[in-house]
Design a protein around this ligand. Structure first.
Ligand code: MN
Length: 238
């Protein structure tokens, strides 16, 4: 395996641990990265708790959600979140799906998650909310367990960075592992801040222009928090 790919897979393993350490993933949820040489494939861990993932646990899945693994291992039921978003969004190279707790209230009420500070400009004007009942009726287990459901989620995500999933969690799209990790962490932080601010009064959110400008600025600083999150995550495990 070439060195760049090896480094990418190490980063994906580390990203799993960072997202657990930062309270985005727990025993559930996943992060993937698109294959740099084969854009119709992505890497994701085998079906296991994200906090325990190493590079040896990563396998390949295609954009229909079919697993390609010589060892015959299985991955997550909800791999279709990733396959459908990569199929719909050529600009996306990393996807996080989490059940991070603070975003749940925004998926089940009329309150919409919006950029409240300069660290959450990537949310854009309004964060879309996916309602699985519109695609699959009122008796599902809420999981994105088929490519068709993945497509309906990707459609609601549209060109946004983040979509909430009603009564379930959220999905975060990025151009790199470091960007999707940054966005997933700050989506959770933003939700917490917005709930606090809503108790005090009417919120003065970023304008569209401020959201775009702050997001562009933060994209030039992804390495700085990554190094810290990585050190802290690895210290807590090894
Ligand atoms: Mn889920």
């Amino acid at each position: 395996m070439d060195e760049a790919l090896n480094d990418l897979l190490q980063d994906l393993a580390v990203a799993n641990r960072i997202l657990v350490n930062e309270g985005v993933l727990d025993g559930f949820g996943h992060i993937s990265v698109r294959h740099p040489q084969h854009p119709d494939r992505f890497f994701i861990a085998r079906s296991m708790a994200p906090g325990l993932v190493t590079a040896a646990d990563l396998l390949q899945v295609d954009l229909d959600g079919v697993v390609h693994d010589e060892q015959g291992r299985r991955t997550y039921v909800e791999r279709f979140i990733h396959s459908a978003i990569y199929a719909a969004r050529p600009d996306v190279h990393s996807v996080v799906h989490s059940h991070s707790p603070s975003i749940i209230p925004f998926g089940v009420t009329g309150a919409r998650l919006r950029p409240i500070c300069h660290m959450s400009g990537f949310l854009g004007a309004v964060t879309p909310v996916y309602e699985i009942r519109h695609s699959a009726g009122e008796s599902t287990d809420l999981l994105i367990s088929s490519q068709a459901l993945g497509r309906s989620l990707a459609q609601v995500l549209g060109s946004a960075s983040v979509a909430l999933m009603r009564g379930h969690g959220s999905v975060t799209a990025g151009q790199s592992i470091k960007q999707s990790v940054f966005r997933a962490i700050y989506t959770e932080k933003t939700a917490r801040l917005q709930m606090e601010a809503m108790r005090l009064g009417e919120i003065n959110f970023l304008t569209d222009g401020e959201a775009q400008a702050t997001s562009a600025m933060n994209d030039t600083h992804l390495q700085r928090p990554w190094e810290m999150w990585k050190r802290q995550a690895l210290r807590n495990w090894d």
